[in-house]
Design a protein around this ligand. Structure first.
Ligand SMILES: C[S@@+](CC[C@H](N)C(=O)[O-])C[C@H]1O[C@@H](n2cnc3c(N)ncnc32)[C@H](O)[C@@H]1O
Length: 215
């Protein structure tokens, strides 16, 4: 089980979305070549539209990798925004900082090196949008900490929630993936039942959940 949507449909949609921003093209090639997982193009396109509608000013991202999604988000916001992004892997932090500098976005994007579960309790800002894209077994912790930092009317976007279809499958799951799948199922149960929030799970890319914090 690899993709949650028919390959032909994915190919068709991806061909429609021609990336026009050179730096994003370069970073995607780099990520693909080095097997670094970044946003899938269809998920990215959904996020672009959401960012344009919501116009968030303060964004928190959990899982920077090479800075692709931070840089992509920056291209879809006005001039006044700030992204705080957390990454545990020091090598990736270095690459992300270099990419952010090349994109002239140092004044907009702050990368914090560390384990998000340890960094988040020290954050003091309130965020309009939180993008969860890190350790899939820890989403529930990121959500619970993030929801305290999220403004009313804000949104949490969680990527990879359908985890190549395994989250929703009745079939056998390989042993080393079982914990992730169990945790992701618990996560989706949590965010679809929690009072004061409205969630939609969208089978695009690797599955994305949009959670709105009621006003
Ligand atoms: C899917 S990648 C992020 C991709 C990035 N958001 C993008 O689309 O360009 C997930 C990242 O989360 C990082 N990560 C994993 N566990 C983490 C943790 N506990 N705290 C912070 N980052 C973590 C990984 O090192 C990896 O770079």
């Amino acid at each position: 089980m690899t993709n949650i949507v028919d390959e032909n449909i994915i190919k068709y949609i991806q061909e429609l979305h021609n990336e026009k921003i050179e730096i994003l093209n370069e970073l995607r090639k780099y990520a693909d070549f080095n097997n670094i997982p970044i946003l899938q193009p269809e998920t990215e396109q959904l996020m672009r539209v959401l960012l344009k509608i919501l116009k968030p000013k303060e964004i928190l991202e959990i899982g920077t990798a090479i800075g692709y999604s931070s840089i992509m988000m920056s291209q879809n916001l006005g001039d006044e925004f700030r992204i705080t992004t957390i990454e545990i892997n020091p090598q990736l932090v270095d690459i992300a900082l270099k990419n952010i500098k090349n994109a002239n976005l140092e004044n907009h994007i702050q990368v914090i090196e560390g384990d998000a579960a340890l960094v988040m309790p020290h954050l003091t800002k309130e965020y309009d949008l939180i993008f969860i894209d890190a350790n899939k077994s820890k989403y529930i912790d990121y959500f619970n900490m993030g929801s305290k930092l999220l403004k009313k009317g804000g949104i949490i976007i969680s990527d990879n929630v359908l985890f190549k279809g395994m989250t929703a499958s009745d079939g056998p799951v390989k042993r080393r993936k079982r914990t992730i799948v169990e945790n992701m199922r618990n996560y989706l149960k949590h965010i679809t039942n929690i009072d004061g929030y409205e969630t939609s799970i969208i089978p695009i890319g690797d599955g994305i959940a949009l959670t709105y914090k009621e006003d």
